[in-house]
Design a protein around this ligand. Structure first.
Ligand SMILES: [Ca+2]
Ligand SMILES: [Ca+2]
Ligand SMILES: [Ca+2]
Length: 214
């Protein structure tokens, strides 16, 4: 009995260790695989990751639910296409947009390849970038990094813990996976700013005294 108890205690302890040291990812029921790296890096991957090789007949919305940790904001965001390749040697464009809100996971809408960016005039949408490579013989891994204005728009879209990325391929762009990476940062507290300013002031005064004394 004692041996059994010891065995069970060990088994429970080992189980807890395994859970604590397990991989830090969760497959969301909302159509996105979310992986956390450390305290402030998060990666989102849509399901399916290649968005069906981005067919020209459709526009795609990818809705992501993410609640920012309290007192934090997004200070970096990027979107990466692995092994992206034009389906033909022709000047095709892939439009990528930020959406203020979008249904969870990947949805498709029928789209005319001739009519430009499907999301162009949609409410709550703004174009992030256009990807274009007319050479179908080469593939590349391409990363786009959000600029300051786009980061501000992402942070405001996240106010309700939901945002989306809209893709409109005109025409097809084959690829081996899409991902979005963000890092978050703690908003500086007013009190520490104040202390910093006071500290700089004391420092500055001391330096001025030293200059006068010299
Ligand atoms: Ca399209
Ligand atoms: Ca289109
Ligand atoms: Ca939103």
């Amino acid at each position: 009995m004692n041996a059994y108890r010891r065995f069970m205690t060990m088994a429970i302890l080992m189980g807890s260790v395994l859970i604590m040291s397990g991989p830090a990812f969760a497959t969301s029921a909302t159509g996105t695989e979310v992986t956390f790296f450390g305290n402030n890096q998060v990666q989102f991957v849509p399901i399916p990751a290649d968005l069906g090789d981005l067919s020209h007949s459709y526009a795609y919305t990818w809705g992501i639910d993410f609640e920012l940790p309290q007192g934090q904001y997004v200070d970096f965001a990027s979107i990466t296409f692995t092994d992206i390749r034009n389906w033909q040697n022709e000047p095709n464009t892939l439009f990528v947009n930020l959406l203020d809100s979008a249904a969870y996971g990947v949805s498709t809408v029928v789209d005319s390849p001739a009519a430009g960016n499907f999301f162009g005039s949609a409410a709550g949408a703004q174009e992030l970038f256009q990807y274009s490579d007319a050479d179908a013989s080469t593939f590349e891994t391409f990363t786009y990094t959000f600029n300051a204005g786009q980061l501000a728009a992402l942070n405001s879209a996240l106010a309700d813990a939901n945002f989306g990325i809209g893709f409109d391929p005109d025409c097809h762009y084959y690829n081996n996976g899409i991902k979005m990476d963000i890092t978050t940062k703690v908003v500086p507290e007013p009190i520490s700013c104040l202390l910093f300013v006071v500290g700089s002031g004391v420092f500055g005064a001391a330096a001025a005294r030293r200059r006068r004394a010299a």
